[in-house]
Design a protein around this ligand. Sequence first.
Ligand code: GTP
Ligand code: MG
Ligand code: ZN
Length: 332
Amino acid sequence: MKGLVIRNTGSWYDVRTDDGQLFACKVKGNFRLRGIRSTNPVAVGDIVEVLPPAAPANGAATIDLSPTGGQQGAFITDIHDRRNYIIRRASNLSKQSHILAANVDLACLVATIAHPETSTTFIDRFLASAEAYRVPVALIFNKVDLYDDDQLRYLEAVVALYRHLGYACHTVSAVTGEGLDNLRSELRGRTSLLSGNSGVGKSTLLNCLVPEARVKTAELSLAHDQGLHTTTFSEMFDLPSSDDVADAGRIIDTPGIRGFGTFDFEREEVGHYFREIFSIGRGCRFGNCTHTHEPGCAVLKALDNHEIAESRYQSYLSMLDDKDERKYREKF
Ligand SMILES: Nc1nc2c(ncn2[C@@H]2O[C@H](COP(=O)(O)OP(=O)(O)OP(=O)(O)O)[C@@H](O)[C@H]2O)c(=O)[nH]1
Ligand SMILES: [Mg+2]
Ligand SMILES: [Zn+2]
């Protein structure tokens, strides 16, 4: 039976089959042979084959249900080919990866200018990873209700930078509801992932968009700006449809992440994942220019002329550094 993985609790996977049944599945067999070493062989968004539990021999209609309501005793026996997936490496040194979600149409990064602050390096690493996996992205700047004038000005500059690069940007507040209608239009008809640091309001936003979800969020507190890692597993929800919108889309809430680990790339490839560095870099004298010291480097020239943002270039350098670090450690 074919189904969609909608929840990964760590102990089991909830799968909704085409006929609408919910199964709490364990994984049968070894999917690790498929080229990625990941802590979770199956991810939310995967299309899988499910082996339902055997019917009780005596005909008694007792089905054990999991705490989330799925029928227990089912197995995932196969995973259909993934259109794409978003992966996160536990750390730069780790070969182990975690698949955040599979088969997504849009990866949304929820970011905040303050309470807590999302660094531009984090944003750029997320964007670079999405470029590498060819997944469209949108940036959602949340908590606009909290910002003072300086922070609002900074927000405006950040949004202008990313819009100029061609990324969709939304400024929203999960508390006042500002910007949510535009966001709903962006999500319509697509399967979207919500990612970002802990505490930026992913789950709070999800509860606004899907009121019946009622997922757990952190207690409102002004004392701490740090996230509390409230969400501990990924889960997919259907956005409510209406008379004029048949398919409002699906949205996946994920646990907050501290850093966005890197993926495998070659040094001269890093620039391919920064749109403006890629296009301006075509004018460099050397085809394998790393845009750090080479003569005739068009990127360094554009940086001097302020055609490339300093923050973007710093993020680019930080990803180059990762690569160095790994090479160094691998040697020893
Ligand atoms: N003022 C304000 N507070 C918000 C907004 N969105 C979320 N919050 C608060 O921010 C805190 C963290 O929200 P969560 O939704 O739990 O954050 P999360 O991103 O899901 O965090 P993790 O599950 O830990 O990754 C909570 O106290 C929310 O009430 C917003 O737009 N404005
Ligand atoms: Mg959460
Ligand atoms: Zn160059």
